[in-house]
Ligand binder design. Sequence first.
Ligand code: NI
Ligand code: MN
Length: 228
Amino acid sequence: MQVTYYGHSCFGVEVGGKHLLFDPFIRPNPLAAEIRVEDIKADFILLSHAHVDHTADALEIAKRTGAVIIGIWEIHSWAERNGVKNSHPMNIGGSFTFSFGTVKMTSAVHSSSFADGSYGGSPAGFYIETAEGNFYYAGDTALHNDMKLLGKYANIDFAFLPIGSNFTMGVDDALVAAKFIKCDQIIGMHFDTFGYIKINKSEAIAKFKERDRNLILMEIGETIEVTQ
Ligand code: NI
Ligand code: MN
């Protein structure tokens, strides 16, 4: 599985010949100025919640590529209202098998509204099972107890967890989350983009190492191969 980082919480994941794109926030992100939004491939765009730092470029990319937007009911309605032809509504706890694998929408503890203040539904995360391995994309969230359910019933090879604190959990809680979900390969997200969420990266990596876990902090534009 190939993972490409586009800054903030936006990742491309290539699996089963399909291009998944999570929470695109590229054009408004000065740190991602090198990324060409018009070149990003997408067959599916998964949106964890409605906040603009997760949805800014979603409509444009969906319209250009014809990608299916996957999100909670209120995000699906927003996509339809805004002229996206293909969107797939889900809700917390539900699973659906797409061409690349099975997506389960998981809970997240956060808020969710669109840029105009309208209701965005509940914030969510995704647990995804594929033939090439399974992963968890936590979305914006606090550390929460439901993560223990993933540790018990899911089989996670790697996970995207927010680590920037202030708006989401920080590094210390992400370490506890890694323990809850029984996963030792964590890709950090939601850090450094804004002043409130600047972190000390080498300290964060060292904290994970001390507990025999791997914290991967990708460079924007970097692609890595993640194995089971
Ligand atoms: Ni948010
Ligand atoms: Mn956010």
